[in-house]
Design a protein around this ligand. Structure first.
Ligand code: GLN
Length: 286
């Protein structure tokens, strides 16, 4: 089904909301975005008539959504941890369940501590931590330069006035790090979907960067790299915390244990699904 601009032109905002095939919340978000209106203005101006030019832009947006493009890419923004992030198809769209990873990291960061976010994408995790904890020094890495540009732009906007609050580093896992780099907490929401998982061909995932979603293998290779390298970059007693798919907690716990992490455990997200697993490196003198 296609929406034609002629169907929308000359129609009131009130009428228009009843006509389109989209779900009402999505329709409202796209209307506000296309017409640069707040939700309150959309209601207040319900008798306003859509111009031919506006109808063109609206039809285009509606059709892209009907073809499956994620809302966040159409509006270019997604809220995470109470902050407004810009997103492009170069980065994964931040998910609400990832707020758990941010909470767990913040709770384990000592005053003035250091945190590393590996595979930062839009920068959501790193920026949320830096915003909540101005005392902490934050490093964020990604192998994708396009993603780092999006993350830097988000940091400049959200942490404005705090230039260099976050150090962004192009790096394939630990390859770009040096001997002097040490962290109290390393966090990551890495690509964890197995290459043959049908979810990759469904919903929003079809439009997100494949390299942010899948390791093109069994879904665990990022965790192998993260766990094997973490010991060289963690302070003694420092935490590695990783987000994962709801069926991956057990293999990741085993991976952490075999890399001699301690207090290995898994936390559930708000939906009750196993979502984050972590452990800390051995404390000195024990
Ligand atoms: N949580 C995402 C999804 O399944 C995947 C994110 C990731 O690969 N890190 O939709």
């Amino acid at each position: 089904m296609m929406v034609l601009p002629e169907e929308l032109s000359g129609v009131t905002l009130h009428e228009l909301q009843k006509r389109t095939a989209l779900e009402s919340l999505e329709r409202r978000i796209l209307l506000c975005h296309a017409l640069q209106l707040t939700r309150a203005q959309l209601i207040a101006q319900s008798e306003r008539v859509v111009t031919a030019e506006e109808a063109q832009g609206l039809a285009d947006l509606f059709n892209r959504r009907l073809a499956g493009e994620p809302i966040a890419y159409l509006t270019g923004t997604r809220e995470f941890y109470g902050l407004a992030f810009h997103v492009t198809p170069d980065v994964l769209i931040p998910r609400p369940e990832t707020e758990l990873l941010v909470d767990l990291a913040i709770a384990r960061l000592p005053q003035g501590g250091r945190v590393l976010d590996m595979g930062t994408g839009s920068g959501a995790i790193a920026i949320a931590i830096a915003h909540a904890r101005p005392d902490v020094s934050v490093v964020a890495s990604d192998v994708s330069l396009a993603a780092l540009r999006v993350a830097q732009d988000n940091a400049d906007r959200i942490l404005s006035g705090r230039q260099n609050a976050i150090r962004f580093l192009p790096s394939d896992w630990y390859a770009g790090f040096g001997e002097e780099d040490r962290f109290d907490v390393i966090v990551s929401n890495p690509p964890y979907i197995a290459a043959n998982d049908p979810h990759l061909t469904q919903g929003d995932l079809r439009f997100e960067p494949a390299n942010a979603l899948t390791d093109h293998g069994d879904g665990l290779s990022a965790y192998r790299a993260l766990a094997a390298g973490a010991r060289d970059y963690l302070e003694s007693g420092g935490w590695l915390l990783v987000e994962h798919g709801f069926e991956q907690a057990m293999p990741i716990q085993e991976l952490l244990l075999s890399n001699r992490f301690e207090a290995v455990q898994t936390w559930k997200d708000l939906a009750g699904l196993a979502r984050v697993t972590g452990g800390h490196s051995a404390a000195e003198g024990h």
